[in-house]
Design a protein around this ligand. Structure first.
Ligand code: EPZ
Length: 433
């Protein structure tokens, strides 16, 4: 019986067969940013009018967020890369735990729910493979805005005490520049009474995109993208139409690294260059020439040599590109030191790369990568969304056919990766056993 159970379990596990050694040629198109689209969708909770977003990527996480918002009473209409969200009648119920647990961004909905309704109940998101991922900063900020917040039986309940329904503006200083906490607090503060400031705010482009959407809906936010954000609370927010989600800087960076690891000249677009400054600099430092024409980036790899990276909050080198860059450094000349400073457990792809012949030594949160002449294909697993992408990149360079499993992670953050890579000459096939 056990063998049958395992076999059926196995048959559910799709995998990508990546055959290495093919050069790439042409243009790779970048989709809308997952980590912006998800939070912009939760912002629709702040208005009773329809919010329409465009350039929405086709990802399982977007499906998951749509289901969560529908469970809250939001009407969701999706057509290709366009989504219309109408939160006219909210049910006030808590989104289901299993959905929230798999989709961290849904926890951020506690901010707009509290701002709009004066109360909210949202399951505490679990940790994940890359770290504990607490939400202490999110809760601290909501309390500073006047909410009473309790965490019981895995549910975070927040409410505005007494007869008031509105939060009160406050000065908030984050202990760490958390992206999610900045976004959650921002969405709670826009309908609060009075002025709020968020200091030590996250400066990621996705935070800026959220502030731009909220201002389009009638909010009064200044300073987003910098360390101090100021919000002047308003009574209500209107809807909006045709708001375009920014291009996905992490997908773009992954594609640039696919070009570098296969030593192929490639065009990647659209890219907002200032969203990738640290990454473009490291690609130049390791031997690639980078040409920028508006929102189009052309990368021409030379001989790739080792450079060091340390992941940091924006505008530093993004943690979400640490694994793909490590795959590239496995094929570089020389030794690179890769330090992961954002998450406590985001180096699990090291073991998978070692299976492909990479020479990597781990010292707590640092990987010392000695480049090798040639990686060799092997069956490997993507242990998180970005590690899965790193294994595909390693497969593009390795001798033989690399079987990458863990695609449920990959499909969360990359819109049809195999079709895009195949369109520029890679041999990547999804094997549904
Ligand atoms: C966002 O997660 C992204 N996800 C992550 O992308 C990204 O890695 C991360 O920002 C950092 O850039 C979405 O936007 C949906 P954080 P978020 O709160 O908001 C610690 C991907 O692959 N921290 O900025 O959860 C935390 O433990 C995903 O697309 C606290 O210590 O990230 C982590 O170590 C993965 N206390 C660090 O800060 C807190 O209260 C960054 O977390 C909150 C966070």
């Amino acid at each position: 019986m056990m063998a049958v159970a395992e076999a059926s379990q196995e048959s559910l596990k799709q995998r990508l067969n990546v055959s290495g050694g093919h050069g790439l040629k042409g243009t790779l198109r970048v989709s809308g940013a997952k980590n912006s689209a998800l939070v912009l969708m939760t912002a629709s909770l702040l208005s009773s009018e329809t919010v329409e977003l465009t350039n929405i990527p086709s990802l399982t996480d977007i499906d998951g967020m749509s289901a969560i918002l529908e469970s809250l009473g939001v009407q969701v209409d999706r057509a290709s890369d366009r989504i219309r969200l109408t939160a006219a009648e909210l049910s006030g119920s808590a989104p289901p735990y299993e959905l929230v647990n798999s989709l961290r961004a849904s926890f951020f909905s506690i901010g707009p729910l509290l701002g709009r309704l004066g109360h909210a109940r949202v399951p505490l998101p679990g940790g994940c493979r890359i770290g504990a991922r607490p939400v202490i900063e999110h809760i601290r900020g909501l309390k500073a805005l006047g909410a009473v917040v309790n965490v019981e039986h895995g549910i975070v309940s927040a409410s505005v005490p007494g007869s008031r329904k509105r939060l009160s503006g406050a000065q908030i200083v984050l202990d760490c520049p958390s992206v999610g906490a900045t976004e959650t607090i921002l969405m709670a503060a826009v309908l609060a009474e009075g002025v709020s400031t968020i200091e030590n705010a996250a400066q990621e482009p996705e935070v800026q995109d959220l502030a731009n959407l909220l201002n389009t809906m009638g909010a009064r936010i200044t300073g987003a993208g910098g360390p101090v954000i100021t919000v002047e609370g308003v009574e209500r927010l209107r809807g909006c139409s045709n708001y375009p989600v920014i291009p996905d800087r992490i997908e773009a960076g992954t594609f640039l690294m696919a070009a570098a690891i296969t030593r192929s000249p490639l065009v990647v677009e659209p890219v907002i260059p200032e969203h990738l400054s640290a990454v473009l600099q490291k690609l130049r430092d390791c031997g690639c020439s980078i040409e920028i024409n508006g929102r189009s980036v052309t990368i021409t790899p030379g001989e790739i040599h080792a450079v060091d990276i340390t992941t940091q909050p924006f505008p530093g080198f993004p943690t979400d590109l640490q694994a793909p860059f490590m795959a590239l450094m496995c094929t570089a000349k020389g030794t690179s030191v890769i330090s992961e400073k954002i998450y406590e457990n985001r180096l699990q792809h090291v073991a998978e790369l070692q299976r492909m012949g990479a020479s990597i030594r781990l010292e707590s949160s640092t990987a010392i990568v000695e480049g090798v002449a040639q990686l060799s294909a092997a069956p490997v697993t993507g242990t998180d969304l970005r590690a899965a992408a790193a294994m595909v990149l390693a497969g593009l360079s390795a001798k033989g056919i690399t079987e990458v499993s863990g695609l449920k992670h990959l499909d969360r953050g990359y819109d049809d990766l195999e079709a895009k890579l195949s369109s520029v000459g890679a041999e990547v096939k999804r094997n549904i056993p």
